[in-house]
Design a protein around this ligand. Structure first.
Ligand code: FUB
Length: 335
């Protein structure tokens, strides 16, 4: 057989494998992680991990099987109690459920407050919406019938895409939403979680911020992490502060550049251990073995990503140890 025919055959097999698996799936769908990336039946990206009632939930975005750009339509929810055995609860929200959003269902977040789950999501590269659910896996419905925030909201500075909301709830119950590209914006949410009276501010002290805002707290300090670069390719970087508003002090790198070109993460503590969730294009490259497994914006790989999880450790002084991505992923938590 000629080399070209072999290549075409390999390509067809890989496309068929993903789409065929997808078509037969009935939700909730249970699967076991075989290592990183841990979701193999569809492409997933931008994983936000949250813990509700002793169960870890992941809210990824969903890259299409045949994507050649970030044309994403819906969001799934996955959950686990041991990081090995997972349930995909299916689609929790779709662009088709939103009257005002047309395209680009990108990186979401979900938090719990006052008996409800609040799902925050960007669309159209211009809007950030909020939807409410009674369970962590939805279904979520839009209470506002309009975006919560947009790039023209007073105080917003956004010279790039208006995307990537991440909500942080402090120990006193105050909730802050971080978002943006090129500039990291923040605004405190009202107690209803679907409005704000505070002014939007731009965080001071971040270095090389691009996108993928994430805030977490450890031993009384505020850690703002994000995809960005000091020079060269996008890494996961972080800085620290004594306040959720900053000013921040830049601390360094958490994760090296990924073969997916984009880098997007979340940091979560679950059953006494800290984890870094992130994405790469390893599944795509396994399915397309003739392609070089490196970032290439001219190929489909940046748009067919897959989520991973590895351990995250702190140093004695509270700084974060750089995470080494593994194929093995994490081990099953004993229950
Ligand atoms: O998934 C679409 C976009 O790619 C996200 O919003 C960015 O953070 C990047 O991962």
């Amino acid at each position: 057989m000629k080399k070209n025919s072999v290549l075409i055959m390999l390509l067809l097999i890989s496309v068929y494998t993903l789409t065929a698996q997808n078509k037969n799936i009935k939700y909730p769908y249970k699967f076991t992680s075989k290592g990183n990336p841990f979701v193999e039946y569809m492409y997933t990206a931008d994983p936000t991990a949250r813990v509700f009632n002793g169960r870890l939930y992941v809210y990824p975005s969903h890259d299409r099987d045949t994507a050649t750009w970030f044309n994403m339509d819906d969001w799934h929810v996955l959950s686990t109690t041991n990081l090995k055995d997972w349930t995909d609860h299916g689609v929790c929200l779709s662009l088709s459920n939103l009257k005002w959003a047309k395209k680009y269902a990108w990186a979401p977040d979900c938090v719990y407050k006052n008996g409800k789950y609040y799902f925050y999501y960007p669309t159209d590269k211009d809007y950030i919406g909020v939807a409410i659910g009674n369970t962590p896996y939805g279904p979520f419905t839009d209470p506002l019938n309009k975006p919560l925030l947009n790039r023209k909201t007073k105080g917003v500075i956004c010279t790039g895409d208006f995307i990537d909301p991440a909500v942080f709830i402090d120990d006193d119950g105050s909730a802050y939403i971080y978002f943006g590209q090129n500039q990291a914006n923040v605004v405190k949410l009202n107690d209803d979680m679907i409005s704000f009276s505070d002014t939007v501010r731009v965080l001071k002290g971040t270095v090389g911020f691009f996108e993928a805002a994430w805030m977490h707290k450890y031993k009384g300090k505020y850690y703002f992490s994000y995809s960005g670069s000091v020079s060269g390719k996008r890494k996961i970087l972080y800085c620290m502060s004594d306040s959720p508003y900053g000013p921040f002090e830049y601390k360094g790198e958490i994760l090296r550049p990924m073969n997916s070109c984009t880098n997007h993460h979340s940091i979560v503590e679950f059953k006494g251990q800290w984890y870094l969730f992130y994405h790469n294009s390893d599944l795509y490259f396994e399915q397309n073995p003739t392609e070089k497994p490196e970032c290439n914006w001219k190929k489909a790989s940046p748009f067919r990503r897959s989520i991973c999880v590895d351990y995250l450790y702190y140093n004695e002084d509270g700084t974060i140890h750089e995470v080494t991505p593994t194929k093995e992923s994490v081990t099953k938590i004993k229950e």
